[in-house]
Design a binder for this molecule. Structure first.
Ligand code: SF4
Length: 353
């Protein structure tokens, strides 16, 4: 069995009460059966408090209650979970204990990552010198899970390694590389559809650097598209609409000046976007093993980089905040992610980079 994780994975520590945007907000967390049974033995008065704050969600599952601000009602004023503070971390439910760690298992392969919906995970990714993976192999030759096509998984492994190498170390700007990834994914999806997994060894398509002056209109359209998704917090679509308005009001010269000013202010911008692209490719590429949709996932990666670059033009230095918001609103919301990839698949590639 092969295990993989980003090189900064083991350095993560939850900020607890010092977190600028707690994960105990907006999400309805469904505790696992083991945790629910454990709560019955909690010391009083915590036991009664937990019981008061468990409710049924719209699917009938038992979850923690959220207050009018969307905060988990077990959150204490010092920003800590009452269960953790008064009883111990060992009693957190599996979901809360694991977050922001996410594990994907394919039978022969287990991959761990830190979701950037957590501000500390976003900071670690932004500050990483590069996106490197640590790989270990326990020597056990597990086959892929039964519902996984081993040839497709092998093809995805091969193609993702190529894409990560291109993004992280290949020649060209991040925009040029993203356009190559998008076009490559389109070819790849065609081969996957025909069951020709061996064809993924074909060379990357040559592409020219996109003209930055022609990126303004597509960026505006992309921000508007994102603002139409179902929001977790109303402030997110408001921000997107405002930025789309500001961006479309710029003359072509002002647009180029804004980009140049941002890139001067933040000389690491391209490394940051490269890390973001690699993180998203690492987390999402292999999920095509379930539905063959490799192009939609590549388009999502490109759209995320384009949108977050343009939002950062107006908020230099706040990249981690923006990445966290984007991840919470889009990456973690299956319906929004599906709606976005559907819309992007109807957008002539690679126009939105
Ligand atoms: S968002 Fe991250 S840093 Fe903040 S409380 Fe949750 S796990 Fe900790």
């Amino acid at each position: 069995m092969i295990y993989r994780r980003p090189s900064y994975y083991d350095t993560f520590h939850c900020l607890g009460g010092a977190c600028p945007d707690t994960c105990c907000r907006d999400w309805s967390v469904v505790p696992d059966e083991e945790a629910l049974a454990d709560y019955a033995s909690a010391p009083s008065p915590l036991r009664e408090r937990i019981a008061r704050n468990l409710v049924a969600d719209e699917d009938g599952d038992v979850c923690f209650r959220l207050d009018g601000e969307g905060m988990c009602t077990l959150l204490t004023p010092d920003g800590l979970c009452a269960i953790q503070r008064d009883w111990g971390e060992a009693h957190l439910c599996a979901h809360c204990a694991a977050y922001p760690r996410f594990i994907e298992e394919y039978g022969s392969l287990t991959e761990s990552s830190l979701a950037i919906s957590c501000p500390e995970a976003a900071r670690l990714l932004i500050e990483a010198p590069r996106f490197a993976l640590i790989e270990t192999d326990d020597g056990q030759n597990e086959p892929p899970f039964e519902d996984i096509n081993p040839d497709l998984l092998a093809g995805l492994e091969h193609s993702r390694a190529r894409v990560l190498a291109l993004l992280d170390g290949g020649a060209g700007t991040i925009w040029e590389k993203l356009r190559i990834v998008l076009t490559y994914a389109l070819d790849l999806e065609g081969f996957i559809g025909m069951g020709e997994y061996g064809q993924i060894a074909s060379p990357f398509p040559p592409l020219l650097e996109p003209d930055p002056s022609r990126r303004q209109g597509p960026a505006v359209r992309l921000l508007k598209l994102l603002s139409g998704l179902d929001p977790l917090r109303p402030s997110w679509p408001e921000l997107l609409k405002e930025r789309a308005k500001q961006l479309s009001a710029l003359s072509p010269t002002e647009y180029l000046q804004l980009r140049a000013g941002y890139e001067r202010t933040n000389p690491r911008w391209e490394r940051q976007l490269t890390n973001l692209a690699c993180y998203l490719v690492f987390r999402h590429w292999h999920k095509a093993v379930n539905d063959d949709d490799i192009y939609g996932r590549a388009a999502f990666v490109c759209a995320a980089c384009t949108a977050l670059y343009h939002l950062s033009l107006f908020q230099p230095g706040e990249e981690a905040v923006l990445w966290t918001q984007f991840s919470r609103e889009v990456e973690h919301d299956e319906d929004n992610l599906a709606q976005l990839t559907w819309a992007l698949s109807r957008w002539i590639p690679p126009d939105f980079i």
